[in-house]
Every structure is written in C-alpha cells, then in structure tokens.
Design a protein around this ligand. Structure first.
Ligand code: SF4
Length: 471
C-alpha cells in the first residue's frame, strides 16, 4: 500500500485523472474537485487534501449539498431547516421518508469556503449584525439573499440556553417575516440531592423534570413534522430513525477512535473535521452520509493495518476544542508537527449514541440536554479532560471563534481544568474565517505548543525541568 499523502488541488487534478483511468466509479455527485472552485469555493485552492477516493467522495458530498436540497424539493420532498440544536431535530425529520433536514447554521463556513465572495457578511453588516457576532451571521445573509440554500418548508430553532449570537440573529430572521417554530431547551443544571436524576449520553446528569420539559418541547416539534409530512411519526418509526442515526454515530465514533489512537494518524485533521460535521444533519442525505463514513473507516483501517500515514509517528497528539472558521487551520496543525487526537466541536451530543433502551422521545430529550453548550462550562471542561485521557492527547488547543459570545468566558475554564487535572500544555488562539493575514502568528503559536510537548518528552540531563509554557 502506498503511503497516503496530503495533496493540493493541482495534485488532485492528476490524481483524479489517474483514479478514473484505473476504473474508479463515483456517485452521481462525483467529479473532479476543481469544478467546485468554478462554482465559487475558492478556498479549496489554499487547502491540501487527503488523496484517497474516500476523501474525494467526502468533499464532493459536502460541496454539493445545495444541489441536493434543490433536487429533493423538485422530487416533492419537504425541507426542514433545523437551527441551533445541532443534531436532535434532524434525527426526527429523517425518521419520515418525505422530509429532508438541513442545517442553515452551516452557512457559518461559507465566508471561508468562498473567501468572502458570496458577500453574506456584507449583507449581515448592512443589517446591523457586524463583527461583534460570530460567523453564524452569514446565515442571515443566506436567508435574505436566497442565493445559497432553498428556503425551508419548516424552520425550527432551539431557544433558552442558546448563545446570544444565535438568539439575536434568529430573532432578526423572525422579525423579517421568516416563520420559526421555537422550542425551548433550558440551561442544564445538576440535580438537587432530593431530585430524581437522569444520566445523559456523554456522562452529565440532569434533573428528571428538565428531561420531561424538553420531551414536551420536542413533542411540539414532532407534531409540526407530522403535519408537514402528512403522516404520523409514531414510536416505532421514531425508534427506527434513532437506530439509523446511531448507525452513523457509531461509525463516526469508530473512525474517530481509530484515527486518534492509532500509532500513526489514519486520516488528515481536515477530513476528520468534515466527517464530524456530517453527523449534525447528515449533509442532507442520511444514507449517503453513513456510506461515506463507512468508506473513510475502511480506508483508515487499511492504513492502520499497513501502518501507513500522511504523518510521521512522532507527530504531537493535539486535542482540538471548537470548530475552526477557516478550514485551512487543520492543515496548519499538521504542517507544524501536530496531529488530531480528540475533538470537541461544540456538538459532542450529536456524536454520542442516542439511548435505545428508553422510549424514543425520552431518548431524544436526553440527547438534546447533553448538548455541551446548554450546560455549565465546567461540565464541558470535565468531558474534555476525560476525552483527552481517553485518546492520550499531549496538548490542547482551544480555538476561539471570532465574535462568539461564549468563547471569552469558557476558554479559561477549560484551560484551567486541563492544566490542573492533566498538567499538559494548552494554548488559546483565535481563527478568523480567512486566516491568511494571521497565519505567521498562528503558526508560531502552534509550533511553540508542539515544541513544548517535545521538550517535555526529552530527558532533562541535569537540573530540574523548567515549567511548561507555550506562550
Ligand atoms: S456563538 Fe458559538 S454556539 Fe453560538 S452560533 Fe456562534 S459558534 Fe455557534
């Protein structure tokens, strides 16, 4: 087996021709990556990609979602825009075979992918939603211009324990006349000693009364989905939907575990981030998303068995907190000598399997309440520390999201928990939607982190080891 490589877009031109010549077959959305640049995804010119057919399929799937949504509508299926819950409402929608759920918040990455050429942030600016908001403000531009995704037949949004950014932007959408079905998720609290407690996926607990409340809110969403679909969403149908969602989640879990714990990395950090993003709403095609995750897993297994990798064995194992606004950052991590070894991209509740041993609505309520963003930051920090241990990471990067209302407060809480419980280096850095201007500074900080880990691993000849720092 050849050593896998990360290759540029130019490299993919040749690789694609050679794979086609050797008989590679592709799904209907396949084709050379280069064509997406012609469609406006200019950022691809600055990225480097895994060179496997599985990665090609992943990228083509990701970059054709808008076509897929239009096709679904033309075939009579109905579109559900599921805002902010990051993984719960789509499970319900995909249980009904004439509904397709998508994630309008995914517009978050359009300024990066299109290198600002879509002008969505300018539209948001003109509407008074400027740089003090996180990149999700691009979603406002996408709704108003109607140039990115078709307007959904039903738009849902979770409120309550929701970040200020999203709440303000969703309210602005509502004010503009976009009808929204709001459902409330309360701030998750720890049960009082005399309260019945429920264990949630991922390890946190919540009072049973909060689970019951979320169940009643999700029941309203279920009724709206039934009305839209014109058919009932009974427990048996919903349980089937949960089983399919869990098939995707288990496959992703296996892929992550293999990649993060293998002696050599089995898949680049960039493709791993895209694979994780599929789990939120299956990129508008659940069956295909599962097939792609299985493909990536099969490729990773082959590489692990053959001990081949795009990275050397001494790459430093880095746990990554928060998604990056510029995908190029994941290339930069590896360019600086790191490898991905665990992640918390704000949606760990969509990665953990949904319970299958309780009634479906109860299971979905528990899953929704496990959202790391609806509970205390200390819960999130505990989960991160557990996962750092589980995957054997040697350092943590907390990637701040520009404008995000939660980042300033939670970063120090997570950093302090990691340092006090694990004593490994942590760095906080901010990644803008296009990082080119700050690339030298980001590179320097990542290199300092990597060197700090390597230095700590090198036997210290005489005097005591100096304190670890990566600043
Ligand atoms: S502030 Fe954070 S949680 Fe809120 S929309 Fe932005 S990235 Fe998502």
């Amino acid at each position: 087996m050849n050593e896998p490589r990360r290759i540029t877009l130019d490299g993919w031109d040749d690789r694609y021709a050679s794979l086609r010549a050797s008989g590679m077959t592709e799904p209907s959305y396949g084709g050379p990556l280069r064509r997406h640049v012609d469609d406006g995804d200019l950022r691809l010119r600055k990225l480097s990609f895994d060179d496997s057919p599985a990665a090609l399929r992943l990228w083509n799937f990701l970059l054709t979602e808008e076509d897929r949504l239009r096709q679904a509508r033309s075939e009579g299926r109905l579109l559900v825009g599921a805002m902010k819950d990051l993984g719960t409402v789509p499970v319900m929608a995909y249980a009904l075979d004439n509904l397709v759920a998508f994630y309008p918040d995914g517009a978050w990455w359009i300024p990066c992918l299109m290198e600002h050429s879509a002008g969505l942030l300018d539209v948001a600016d003109a509407m008074g939603v400027g740089e003090s908001f996180c990149p999700v403000r691009a979603m406002l531009g996408a709704f108003v211009t109607e140039t990115r995704f078709p307007l959904p037949d039903l738009l849902t949004c979770s409120v309550g324990a929701t970040c200020d950014d999203f709440s303000a932007i969703a309210q602005r959408l509502s004010g503009l006349g976009f009808p929204i079905l709001w459902w409330e998720i309360p701030h998750r609290r720890r049960p009082e000693p005399d309260e019945e407690a429920v264990r949630l996926p991922g390890g946190a607990t919540a009072p049973a009364c909060q689970v019951d409340f979320v169940k009643s809110e999700l029941t309203r969403v279920k009724e709206a989905l039934e009305t839209l679909a014109g058919r009932p969403l009974n427990d048996a149908t919903l349980a089937d939907g949960i089983r399919r969602a869990n098939e995707a989640r288990r496959c992703l879990d296996e892929l992550r575990t293999l990649n993060f714990t293998a002696r050599r990395s089995t898949m680049p950090a960039l493709e791993m981030q895209i694979a994780e993003m599929l789990i939120i709403h299956f990129c508008s095609d659940q069956s295909e998303a599962i097939a792609i995750l299985k493909d990536l897993l099969a490729e990773s297994r082959r590489r692990a068995e053959a001990s081949t990798s795009h990275l050397s064995e001494d790459a430093v194992r880095v746990f990554w907190v928060n998604p990056v606004a510029d995908l190029r950052m994941m290339n930069l991590l590896e360019d600086c000598g790191g490898r991905l070894c665990g992640t918390d991209y704000l949606f760990t509740h969509a990665v953990d399997p949904i319970p299958e041993d309780v009634a479906p609505m109860e299971a979905l309520a528990r899953s929704a309440l496990a959202d790391p963003m609806v509970g205390p930051s200390s819960d999130r920090a505990e989960r991160i520390c557990r996962d750092v241990r589980r995957f054997g990471a040697e350092a943590v990067v907390i990637s701040r999201i520009p404008g995000a209302s939660h980042c300033a407060a939670e970063g120090p809480i997570i950093a302090s928990a990691v340092q006090s419980q694990l004593g490994i280096p942590v760095v906080e850095l901010e990644v803008p939607p296009i990082l080119d201007a700050t690339a030298p500074a980001l590179r320097t900080r990542l290199q300092a982190l990597i060197e700090t880990v390597r230095e700590a691993a090198t036997p210290w000849p005489s005097s005591p080891r100096p304190p670890q720092t990566c600043e």
